[in-house]
Design a binder for this molecule. Structure first.
Ligand code: NAP
Length: 487
């Protein structure tokens, strides 16, 4: 672990807005506090952007767009590559910063820094692979030229649960494609994004390409920018409810959109599964990020013949998890992001138990300070329990038995969401059959973690539009232009 102190790491980060390559206070001088969710205490204050600051940030992005689009793809890639190296070099400090503002255990924060950095490495490589085409028209008399160009200035909005990686997953392809941008991190976790902006500047990103707005008034600042008409794209990661609202706003000026929204992942375990692997996968899929992940297993469907053994073993593993402040050695269960999150999880568990679910472990809040909720396993969870249809976003594993494959698939698909589904089975035919029938953008097949910068991440149904990462990730920031050539 780095020798840098908690206070030192917070002090080292810029707390102002980053606009046009300069650190500037909010025009009206306002700030808002960033809280440590494990103590409830303020870590520091950051600039609170007003709508006027938002317009300044968009002005800077618009002014930088034409020159940035002309920077050689190799140079754009090399900036990302240098930023990747800086992130890896400073992983310990950045992880500590993330744990302080978001709560996740240090080991997970460090994992996120590596994951976040990998998006820069991946898109550094993709920047030089933007392709085009040359073809003979079917009638033989003309030619088709096809080229790809940056979409233009982009608006990026990211959530608090992965404060760094959700940023690099957008900034990486935008930089690689030649787009400028205004990014707005969640008010609860602005520090990681501010640290990232400083790293990108150090890596050589020209002024105005990346502009960062921290604000306590996300709607008030972002809506005018969406409706302004000069930004050509919105890339959003967050809840489905906010995503719907933003899609409506984007309709006004017909902005391109990428939407990475909520999930409600089913986790299916068949009797022929390797149970050791299924338990390991369940722990990863449930407890990564304290359950506060869009990919978190939200509903466990376990075939009746193994449901008791699965429940017992999962309970043993959940009971053994050390809880505490994320900075403490060995902690696995950190605090939830805020009091409202604890209340939501408590309400969902209370609703499930009132409808007949049994608590195998956990099921309670923990006395403060901090926003802690016990790692919890529920069994015999009825279909109509609210947590079967709502994102739990906490350390609660609800288990429901099933008898047949058809029944499991029907239950899994009975949701408006379609981000990821997990399947555990040793039967290859079943594995492929079930994977094809599950309505999700991603399947974890005998695997509890699907996220990988080199793979296309995204959902179907109300979990979103578009994909981030993989070879398609850069396309979200490119327009295809066709040039009809007369010979
Ligand atoms: P959220 O409330 O939707 O907020 C996400 C971002 O949108 C934050 O920066 C938030 O800023 C901002 N925001 C909220 N209202 C806005 C508005 N009216 N106009 C413009 N911006 C607005 O979601 P969250 O609670 O932070 O994050 C959790 C959600 O994100 C979950 O549903 C999770 O599944 C989803 N998520 C999805 C993915 C994915 O890849 N599919 C990845 C991670 C998380 P403020 O918070 O500062 O208001």
């Amino acid at each position: 672990m780095s020798s840098i102190s908690e206070a030192g790491v917070v002090t080292s980060v810029g707390k102002e807005l980053f606009i046009g390559g300069k650190w500037v206070p909010a025009t009206d001088g306002k700030t808002f506090p960033v809280l440590d969710p494990s103590t409830g205490e303020a870590l520091c204050e950051v600039a609170d952007a007003s709508p006027a600051d938002g317009v300044s940030a968009l002005d800077a992005a618009v002014a930088a767009q034409a020159d940035w689009a002309n920077v050689a793809p190799r140079e754009r890639g090399e900036i990302l590559r240098r930023a990747y190296e800086l992130l890896i070099k400073r992983a310990d400090e950045l992880a500590l910063l993330m744990t302080l503002e978001m709560g996740k255990p240090l080991a997970e924060s460090k994992g996120e820094i590596t994951y976040a950095a990998e998006f820069f490495r991946w898109f550094a490589e993709e920047a030089v692979r933007i392709d085009g085409g040359y073809a003979v028209a079917p009638n033989g008399s003309g030619r088709f030229l096809v080229t790809k160009q940056p979409v233009g200035p982009c608006l990026l909005i990211t959530p608090w649960n992965f404060p760094m990686a959700m940023g690099t997953r957008k900034i990486g392809p935008a930089v690689a494609a030649g787009c400028t941008m205004v990014i707005k991190p969640a008010a609860q976790t602005p520090l990681s994004m501010l640290a990232l902006a400083a790293i990108l500047a150090e890596a050589g990103l020209p002024e105005g390409v990346l502009n960062v707005l921290t604000t306590s008034d996300s709607g008030g600042v972002m809506e005018p920018l969406i409706r302004d008409g000069r930004a050509r794209k919105l890339s959003f990661t967050g809840s489905t409810g906010v995503g719907r609202k933003l899609l409506e706003q984007c309709a006004d000026k017909v902005l391109r959109t990428s939407m990475e929204l909520g999930g409600n992942a089913p986790f299916l375990v068949f009797e022929d599964a390797d149970l050791d692997a299924a338990i390991d996968g369940a722990m990863t899929a449930k407890m990564r990020n304290i359950g506060e992940a869009c990919t978190a297993a939200n509903r466990f469907y376990v075939q009746r013949g193994i449901v008791d053994e699965f429940s017992r073993r999962l309970t043993e593993r959940m009971e053994a998890l050390p809880m505490g402040r994320g900075t403490e050695e060995g902690v696995v269960v950190g605090p939830l992001i805020d009091e409202a999150a604890v209340e939501k999880v408590s309400g969902l568990v209370a609703d499930a138990t009132e409808r007949g679910a049994r608590v195998l472990t956990g099921g309670s809040t923990v006395d403060g300070p901090g926003n802690f909720y016990q790692a919890t396993v529920l069994t015999d969870v009825p279909k109509d329990a609210r947590l079967a249809s709502e994102e739990i976003f906490g350390p609660v594993a609800p288990i429901t038995p099933f008898d047949s494959e058809d029944e499991a698939i029907a239950a899994a698909n009975d949701t408006e969401f379609g981000l990821v589904s997990y399947v555990y089975t040793s039967d290859l035919k079943r594995a492929l059959r079930v994977s094809e029938r599950l309505e999700a953008g991603m399947i974890g097949l005998n695997q509890g973690l699907v996220s990988n910068p080199a793979a296309p991440f995204g959902g179907i149904k109300q979990s979103g539009l578009g994909r981030e990462g993989g070879s398609v990730g850069i396309d979200e920031f490119l327009e295809t232009k066709y040039i009809a050539v007369a010979l």
